[in-house]
Write a protein that binds this ligand. Structure first.
Ligand SMILES: Nc1nc2c(ncn2[C@@H]2O[C@H](COP(=O)(O)OP(=O)(O)O)[C@@H](O)[C@H]2O)c(=O)[nH]1
Ligand SMILES: [Mg+2]
Length: 429
């Protein structure tokens, strides 16, 4: 029999209320031991909790009792909503720890049981994990979509479609033994259905990146020395993160500053001014790092001459220091003066528009690299089917495609990958 686990699932004490969860076959007995009797299932009941050792009262709490398997973890599950003082929690935890078959939960163990008991697939687990760490509105919305199973449902549809196609391929193989039944028709049908599925799977590859959503859109400020990059960065993030001076080569390393603008996470990077010649060995390294930052940028804010700008769809041209520099009329960039704030609203809006094109919309989810790799693998097998004429190989590709889906949902997965995923959760989740 599996052991039962308990943990404080609410935040750090002290707090008004704390929630202790118990999951596993001993959950009912544990609840009964503390409360005197087992409260009616799925209804909130108030009980005086006592120490089973000596009958001493521990706290008065609101109890929830969910008999399995139709519960969050798929097991018997109990919740104690007790007072959130440190000593109250400590007393209840030590009383629970003395009950046989019960032990403290490890990080993510409740969710891991839910996953093991088929209550959720790996993608919903990932969505929940993102929901717990969400800091911006966009992160929360996208994590909700994933946690609510929108991606999982889509993959389940793909899996069913693949099963159907596999059955058709098997039928075609059977028929091909009998010379008189033409199977060109079945081949056509499979080919058409696989093309449609490949197109849909291919579209999912364009889903936004969950890593970008979490870590921030990378905005890199670049241009020659003294263009005003550090000044502009400070104005964008609203604090003096980078040193500003009129000595060329002041910013020698790259400075990364996370900041949220309008509910979106950004990672702004200030760079060393780009110039071809420098005697300063450290500045030269800084210039190399600036070039590397440009390679990884989602958005480039270019403060140099427009004709020297990186010729790139990521680039936003800025005519900087327009309070003191008389830019030529034909300068196509946004006219900005960081110290006076001129043009800052237009620049911020432009950056946000670029970010919105990269990030998920209000009802989209984002995909983690793990998920994107799975979708890409699936796509490859489907393309493979369409290139193939031999029905035996087609059947095999369809089988491999289903295997990719099983890895994607976690139905087939490696233990260490699961260990890594669940250890990122908090205790009590
Ligand atoms: N008047 C004015 N001075 C600026 C502006 N931006 C930067 N500066 C000044 O120009 C010099 C170089 O600025 P800095 O931000 O260090 O340039 P960087 O080398 O590109 O990082 C500093 O003395 C700043 O105070 C601006 O928009 N207006
Ligand atoms: Mg600088």
């Amino acid at each position: 029999m599996a052991d039962s686990i308990f943990a404080l699932s609410s935040g750090a004490p002290p707090a008004a209320i704390a929630i202790i969860r118990i999951s596993g076959p001993a959950a009912g007995a544990a609840l009964g031991a503390l409360a005197g009797d087992l409260p009616p299932p799925r209804r909130a009941s108030v009980r005086l909790l006592i120490d089973p050792r000596n009958g001493e009262p521990l706290d008065r709490a609101l109890l929830l009792w969910f008999p399995g398997p139709d519960t969050a973890t798929g097991e018997d599950l109990a919740e104690l909503h007790c007072h959130g003082g440190r000593a109250v929690i400590a007393a209840l935890e030590s009383a629970l720890g003395r009950i046989s078959g019960l032990r403290r939960a490890e990080a993510g163990e409740f969710t891991r049981r839910a996953f093991a008991n088929g209550r959720m697939d790996l993608n919903i687990v990932e969505g929940l994990s993102d929901l717990l760490t969400a800091e911006t509105e966009q992160q929360r919305r996208s994590a909700m979509m994933m946690a609510e199973g929108h991606f999982s449902q889509r993959i389940e549809q793909w899996r069913r479609e693949l099963l159907k196609l596999a059955a058709m391929a098997e039928a075609a193989l059977d028929f091909s033994d009998e010379d008189d039944v033409p199977d060109a028709d079945i081949e056509m049908q499979i080919g058409g259905a696989v093309s449609a599925l490949a197109a849909e799977v291919g579209r999912q590859l364009e889903a936004p990146s969950a890593e970008r959503l979490r870590d921030g859109i990378r905005v890199v400020l670049a241009g020659p020395p003294n263009a005003g990059k550090s000044t502009l960065l400070n104005a964008l993030v609203g604090r003096d993160a980078a040193i500003v001076s009129d000595i060329a080569g002041t910013t020698r390393d790259r400075i990364e500053v996370p900041a949220a603008l309008g509910g979106t996470a950004f990672l702004f990077t200030d760079t060393a001014g780009l110039r071809d010649q420098t005697d300063d060995a450290i500045e030269a390294i800084g210039i190399d790092r600036a070039r590397a930052a440009l390679d990884g940028a989602d958005v480039i804010i270019w403060l140099g001459a427009p004709e020297e700008a990186p010729d790139d769809h990521r680039t936003i041209l800025v005519a900087a220091q327009c309070d003191r520099i008389d830019h030529e009329e034909f300068h196509p960039g946004i006219r900005v003066a960081a110290p006076t704030g001129q043009g800052m609203d237009v620049l911020v809006q432009t950056i946000q528009d670029r970010a919105n094109a990269i990030l998920p919309g209000p009802s989209d989810y984002a995909l983690h690299d793990r998920q994107r790799r799975g979708v890409a693998g699936l796509h490859e097998h489907l393309i493979g089917v369409n290139r193939e004429r031999d029905m035996l190989i087609i059947a095999e590709e369809l089988r491999l495609a289903r295997k990719v889906i099983d890895v994607l949902t976690g139905r087939a997965g490696t233990e260490d990958m699961l260990d890594q995923l669940f250890s990122g959760f908090c205790i009590g989740k």
